[in-house]
Design a protein. Structure first.
Length: 232
């Protein structure tokens, strides 16, 4: 075989995005999608990963605009705007990411401009305009990191010669993701290094913002991270 299959199961790109965001501490996804996408995309990854479905925000807890026929015909940006405001009012999160389901992707709702309205008010709301039909869970992992590079990661961070970043393991899609990252962290820490796994040790959006200060990026499965690796 020219390529090795690893964790071939999975869901759409939205399922992969949800898994990554769900594993980040104090980060809240907001779906602009039809009813059921929250639960189904969570079940496709987290629920099928040894039933490890405990996240900061996941499954039916994810705020969603629940687009129906009215939004398909007349557009759903107004409903998305109220959904984001409701999430900010209710969810105690450090950052919010607005995601598009297939419905919003087909009709072309402009989630970027809506997210920008909240950014102008000082809220950390980031759009990820990649509908579910664009690909699979692995693409979701790369899509999140492309968004982080473009919108979140700071570029003027002083270098820390002992800090390393770990990439290339998809939370929940890999059923052993947490243990693998913890063991990699343990081994590298014995060498006197500080490790950004991003998904363990209650790391969150602030660790991502400062990760450009790392001396080295380690990609465990390089076939997973080709696009973001070139950008970062």
């Amino acid at each position: 075989m020219s390529q090795i299959l690893e964790n071939p199961r999975g869901g759409c790109v939205l399922a992969g995005i949800n898994s990554v965001l769900g594993a980040l501490d104090r980060v809240c996804p907001i779906l602009h999608a039809g009813p059921g996408c929250c639960m189904q995309t969570s079940a496709a990854e987290q629920g099928q990963s040894g039933h490890k479905s405990s996240c900061f925000v996941s499954s039916v807890s994810i705020p969603s605009s629940n687009m129906l026929e009215k939004e398909v015909v007349f557009g759903g940006t107004d409903k998305l705007r109220t959904t984001i405001q409701g999430a900010i009012d209710i969810m105690d999160a450090d950052a919010f990411f607005v995601l598009t389901g297939c419905t919003a992707g087909i009709i072309g709702d402009d989630i970027v401009s809506v997210a920008n309205e909240f950014q102008d008010q000082g809220y950390e709301v980031y759009p990820i305009d990649t509908p579910g039909f664009a690909g699979d869970s692995n693409l979701g992992y790369e899509t999140v990191w492309n968004t982080m590079i473009d919108q979140v990661i700071e570029t003027d961070v002083p270098k820390d010669e002992k800090l390393v970043n770990i990439f290339g393991i998809v939370p929940y899609h890999d059923p052993f993701w947490s243990g693998a990252l913890e063991e990699i962290d343990r081994i590298l820490s014995l060498l006197g290094l500080k490790v950004n796994t991003f998904f363990t040790k209650h790391q969150g959006i602030n660790d991502i913002k400062k990760c450009s200060g790392a001396a080295l990026n380690i990609i465990i499965n390089p076939w997973l991270w080709n696009g973001p690796a070139k950008k970062i």
